[in-house]
Design a protein around this ligand. Structure first.
Ligand SMILES: Nc1ncnc2c1ncn2[C@@H]1O[C@H](COP(=O)(O)OP(=O)(O)OP(=O)(O)O)[C@@H](O)[C@H]1O
Ligand SMILES: [Mg+2]
Length: 271
């Protein structure tokens, strides 16, 4: 069953090339990008820096509007939905830059409890249990609840933002480079976590620079370059017979990292 789709997404950013002028130059960050994802599947979006991955993730999660195209959840346009709060509960994004997405003035407990209060319950004990359970999933503890964002390492902050994304038990998880700031053993831990979430039936959109990362979890892969789809299809098909030179290069450059991640303990069995 299709749960989420994007159809013909085009996004342009307006920037100025001169300090004194108004914005006059357009950057096409995405050009006619479409995909669809079945419930319980994982799609990997891969491409070099600036290829449009984060832009696509933000559009799919509803925080950014495209110039053209539509995102559909269970067959319905998310822009027509009156219940956008419900969409945001079901489709959660782990942002690429965890520091800027965590309010520096708030302790983690305050951040987490605000989210749980809005959507689930105001019962303090239940809130605390949900918060601690989800911290444990990413290898953090109760003591971390009472710290401010600057009192964590970069990797811990990335794990915090994954825990935050899980609080509402969303159906779809959009993870924008969730392991890029982590060392390899922590990366393996997070990849295994995502794989387990998939086994539990979650739908995952995983963004990475590297094909090695998506290979462990994803069923389908999309390769983006300059906002245009270079390749999109089943993982096996893309790894066994890539269409473009660009994809071939990505596959070759991912091989070393792949064996390293496998060696350090990521579960590489077919999900
Ligand atoms: N708010 C913005 N204003 C203007 N241009 C932007 C904005 N955000 C992104 N861009 C441009 O759009 C293009 C795509 O950016 P995007 O962040 O989606 O890339 P990305 O694939 O996520 O890159 P990375 O791997 O570095 O995270 C880039 O050329 C970027 O400079
Ligand atoms: Mg990005």
């Amino acid at each position: 069953m299709e749960i989420l789709s994007a159809e013909g997404i085009t996004k342009e950013y307006r920037i100025s090339d001169n300090f004194f002028q108004r914005s006059n130059k357009l950057i096409k960050a995405l050009d006619n990008v479409s995909f669809s994802i079945e419930k319980g599947n994982c799609i990997g979006i891969v491409g070099e820096s600036g290829s449009g991955k984060t832009t696509l993730a933000k559009i799919v999660s509803g925080v950014l509007l495209p110039e053209k195209g539509v995102v559909k959840f269970r067959g319905e346009s998310i822009y027509k939905k009156t219940d956008f709060l419900e969409y945001r509960k079901n489709v959660q994004m782990v942002f690429q830059d965890p520091y800027s997405s965590l309010n520096p003035r708030l302790k983690i407990f305050t951040v987490f409890s605000d989210i749980i209060k809005t959507h689930i319950t105001r019962d303090h004990e239940v809130i605390k249990k949900i918060a601690v359970d989800n911290l444990k999933k990413v290898g953090l503890d109760e003591e971390h609840l009472y710290r401010y964002p600057h009192q964590f390492s970069g990797g811990q902050r990335q794990r915090l933002s994954i825990a935050r994304c899980l609080l509402l038990d969303p159906e779809v998880i959009i993870a924008d480079e969730p392991v890029s700031a982590l060392d390899v053993s922590l990366a393996a831990q997070i990849l295994n976590l995502l794989k387990n979430l998939k086994r539990e039936g979650k739908t995952i959109i995983l963004i990475a620079h590297d094909l090695a990362i998506v290979k462990f979890i994803c069923d389908e892969v999309m390769v983006l370059k300059n906002g245009v789809i270079q390749e999109y299809g089943k993982k096996e098909q893309i790894f066994n017979s890539p269409n473009s030179e660009y994809t071939k290069e990505l596959i070759e450059s991912s091989l070393v990292k792949e064996s390293y991640i496998r060696g350090i303990g990521a579960d590489s069995s077919v999900a």
